[in-house]
Structure formats: structure tokens, C-alpha cells
Design a protein around this ligand. Structure first.
Ligand code: PA5
Length: 444
């Protein structure tokens, strides 16, 4: 079984020569990813990662995860961007909506923003609990997680003493560079390496994502197996007709050429909210450069049908929608009969809630299509580690292909530095004095 791509309602209106040219470009982009001869080719370690990760590496992640799980009530993950969103997406997708897995710690996140109240409330929440921390940063110098980690490190050291604190802190970072690596070496933390050739937003299938996912009690082997199967299905020898990653890249680029500049990733399950956040970073940071790129946005249905639904149906016609549809829910819940029927819902009675959700999904798709919003559907048989692994690799591969089709380097993010420079200048970081003066005259 595999995830399925349905482009029947994608409303691509290009001449057949243009479509053929896009297909050719997608196939050549896919080949470049495998042959490592395109832009940013020093960051293509993710392409063969699922099939090449070693048993020893998986075992080490699993055993560290078991130790953390056994000794902790709460595990705080400090990281941002690619060092946060992949793990968060998988935990939300696979986890129970209200409680941790049986016998596993509660997973909390820090360092993904700079809100003071959040930090205060997080530290207050840790009191009286057995706490561990996984700090994740490829560069080892990113301000948000570094700041959160400084606070968490001091808290844990105060509770357990320096020596025992070191057993409760795991660092995931570069093999040699960065302040985090230096701290980890000095303090003797257990450390996992983020490979040099895997960029942040493509790193969920390295220890960056795998360690938190394993601590939370989910099967990283199944996740990797799903990804490896998609790696094979979209390999260099896969024909276009069988390569759904290339097909998705072609359809979205065709729609972009038709003036559809915004892609809405839609879900009908709150469990997929953070998968969309991860997807937005993946596509936004990879494609949005040189004044080009489809703007990745997301909607949580049916909630957002009661807010953004109006715009989607009748606003500017610059949108297309990619729906992630889960075929089979994990549990069964039937709408009950009510003899009084005051709410007049008996016409739904004895149906499963998932059937009601499915009709909302199909009805919305047709309405949006009629309103001029093309529709791509990605169907997942069920929300399991295996299919999530397929989906993650599917999006990563499609993103690499699509970036090359747009003729940008999908593996850099030069624009992210600009806000950091201003923030450091405004905070008075040594070396930024001249910039501080210039910025102050603009904001005073
Ligand atoms: O995709 C990327 O490279 C970025 O989003 C990074 O993941 C993010 O900025 C965090 O960087 P780091 O892991 O170096 O702290």
C-alpha cells in the first residue's frame, strides 16, 4: 500500500507541449538530485538517507531514547525551524490528542520563539517533575534555542547538580562546529551528529527528528521504512507515470504558470496541523527566492471553512488547494440516535463521524473547484508511522524537484539572515555598532 496522488481535479490548462516540457524538466531535476550535479548539491544527503541509515545508528537513537524515557516525566526539546518542526509534526500526527503514549514522558518544546511568558510558564511547569532536555541546532549558534537552552541547562543543573544534569541533556548538532558542540564536549553530554550534507528543513529523518520521535514512543523503523519505500518509488529509474513526487512538482508548477501563486495545504484532522507547518518551512524556504516561488499556506478544515472559507470560495483567484486526506481513522465513533432529534441530526445517526468528515471534504472540494480553486489530493491509507514516512519523503523529493524546476537553489536560505542581523544590531551585539546607529534612526 502507498500514499496516492490524485490530480484529476487540478484543472491544469496548459498546452500539451508546455506540459511535456514541465514533465521533462521534472525528470531531469529528479536525475540531478540523484546524480548530485545541480544547485546546492552539497546538501543532498537526505536523498538516500532512508535507505542508507545504519542499524548501529538506529540502535543508538533507540537506546538513548529509552534511557531518557525511563528517567523523565517531561522531555523538553529546544530547537527552531528544521530543528523543531519535523519532530513536532510527527509527534502531533501519531500521538493521542490528549495524553502521551503509555509509559512515555510528555514532550514539550522551547526555543522556537522568544516569548517571555511561555518561558516562564514552561519553567514553572517543570517543578517537581523528572526533567530531561534534547537541544537541537545544526549551526549550534541560533539565538532562540541557545537562549532557551541556557535557561533549561541552569534549571536542570540546579535540580540535579552538574554531573547528573549532564546525563539528562542530549545535544544534536554539527560534528565539530558551533557553540553547542563546544558546550556538549565540555560538559560531557551525549551527542548526535547532524550530517554535513543534510540541511535543517530536510533533517527530520536524522537524529534531529528521530530522537524525539523515539523518546515519545513511536516506531522510527517504520517511519524510515515508509520513507525508504518512497525513495525507491521516486528513484532515478522511476518512470514519470510511477513517480508521484515528480507528478506533484509538475502540477504545482503548471498551476503557478497559470497565475495560481498560493498553495493551500488543507487537512481535515487537527493531527496534521503541524505537518502543514513543517511543509510550509520546507517549501517556503526552499522555493521562495529570486522573487519567485509558490507561497505555501495552510488551512485546518473544517475549522477554517468557518473563517477563511469565504475567501477561498470567492476571493482573489490566485489559490490552489492540496488536500491531505486520511482514508481510515484509527478508531470508530458512531453518531448516536436521539429520539427527540431537537438538533435535527438524526439523518446522520448511525453513520461514522469519519463519514461526515469525508462528505465535508468532498463537498468542499467540489465547491472550491466550482469557485475556481484547483484541487490536488494526497490520500494516505491511515495515519501511521509507515505512511507518514512515505509522506515526508514524498514532500522532500517533490520540493527538491520543484525547486530545480523553478531554477532556484532549494537548499539554501540566504534571506533568513536579514532579520537576525537587525536583531543583533538592535540588541547591541559587539561588532554591530554602526548598523545599530542606522537602524535606530529608522525606528525612532
Ligand atoms: O532549514 C533550515 O536550515 C533552517 O530553518 C534551520 O533549521 C533553522 O534556522 C535552525 O537552525 P539551526 O539548526 O542551525 O539552529
Amino acid at each position: 500500500m502507498t500514499i496516492k496522488l490524485n490530480i484529476k481535479n487540478a484543472s491544469v490548462n496548459l498546452a500539451s507541449e508546455e506540459c511535456d516540457a514541465l514533465k521533462k524538466a521534472a525528470m531531469s531535476a529528479n536525475a540531478s538530485l540523484h546524480e548530485k550535479n545541480g544547485l546546492g548539491n552539497q546538501f543532498l544527503g537526505w536523498v538516500n538517507l532512508p535507505s542508507s541509515i545504519s542499524e548501529a545508528d538506529i540502535f543508538e537513537i533507540e537506546s538513548t531514547a529509552e534511557t531518557l524515557a525511563e528517567t523523565s516525566d517531561l522531555v523538553v526539546i529546544a530547537g527552531i525551524g528544521g530543528s523543531y518542526l519535523g519532530a513536532k509534526a510527527v509527534l502531533e500526527a501519531l500521538g493521542d490528542a490528549f495524553q502521551p503514549e503509555q509509559g512515555r514522558p510528555k514532550m514539550l518544546f522551547a526555543g522556537h520563539h522568544l516569548d517571555e511568558d511561555y518561558m516562564y510558564e514552561l519553567i514553572r511547569m517543570l517543578h517537581g517533575k523528572r526533567v530531561s532536555c534534547i537541544v537541537i541546532s545544526k549551526s549550534g549558534t541560533t539565538t532562540e534555542p541557545a537562549l532557551a537552552f541556557r535557561i533549561l541547562k541552569q534549571y536542570i543543573e540546579k535540580q540535579y547538580g552538574k554531573e547528573d544534569a549532564a546525563k539528562r541533556i542530549v545535544a544534536v548538532t554539527d560534528k565539530e562546529k558551533g557553540a553547542l558542540k563546544q558546550t556538549a564536549d565540555k560538559e560531557g553530554y551525549k551527542t548526535f551528529v547532524i550530517p554535513d550534507d543534510v540541511g535543517g528543513r530536510f533533517s527530520v529523518l536524522t537524529p534531529v527528528g528521530l530522537l524525539p520521535i523515539a523518546v515519545a514512543g513511536f516506531d522510527i523503523r517504520l517511519l524510515l521504512k515508509g520513507a525508504a519505500d518512497m525513495e525507491l518509488a521516486s528513484g532515478i529509474d522511476a518512470a514519470y507515470e510511477n513517480n508521484i513526487c515528480a507528478q506533484y512538482a509538475v502540477v504545482r508548477n503548471a498551476l503557478y504558470k497559470q497565475g495560481k501563486h498560493i498553495e493551500l495545504l488543507a487537512n481535515y484532522s487537527p493531527k496534521l496541523h503541524f505537518l502543514a507547518e513543517w511543509w510550509k518551512q520546507l517549501f517556503g524556504e526552499s522555493e521562495g527566492k529570486q522573487n519567485k516561488g509558490i507561497f505555501p499556506a495552510s488551512v485546518d478544515f473544517t475549522s477554517d471553512l468557518h473563517s477563511l472559507g469565504q475567501y477561498i470560495q470567492q476571493g482573489e483567484r490566485i489559490l490552489f488547494e492540496t488536500v491531505i486526506s486520511i482514508k481510515n481513522p484509527q478508531y470508530e465513533f458512531i453518531v448516536p440516535e436521539d429520539p427527540e432529534n431537537l438538533d435535527q441530526l438524526n439523518f446522520m445517526a448511525t453513520k461514522r463521524i469519519s463519514e461526515v468528515n469525508r462528505m465535508a471534504e468532498l463537498g468542499t472540494m467540489l465547491a472550491h473547484l466550482d469557485g475556481g480553486v484547483p484541487n490536488i489530493r494526497i490520500e494516505i491509507p491511515e495515519l501511521s508511522a509507515y505512511f507518514l514516512g512515505q509522506l515526508i519523503y514524498f514532500f522532500q523529493k517533490a520540493c527538491g524537484i520543484s525547486g530545480y524546476m523553478l531554477e532556484v537553489n532549494p537548499f539554501d536560505q540566504p534571506g533568513v539572515e536579514d532579520y537576525k542581523r537587525n536583531m543583533f544590531a538592535l540588541l547591541g551585539k559587539p561588532g554591530y555598532e554602526a548598523e545599530n546607529q542606522k537602524l535606530m534612526t529608522r525606528i525612532e
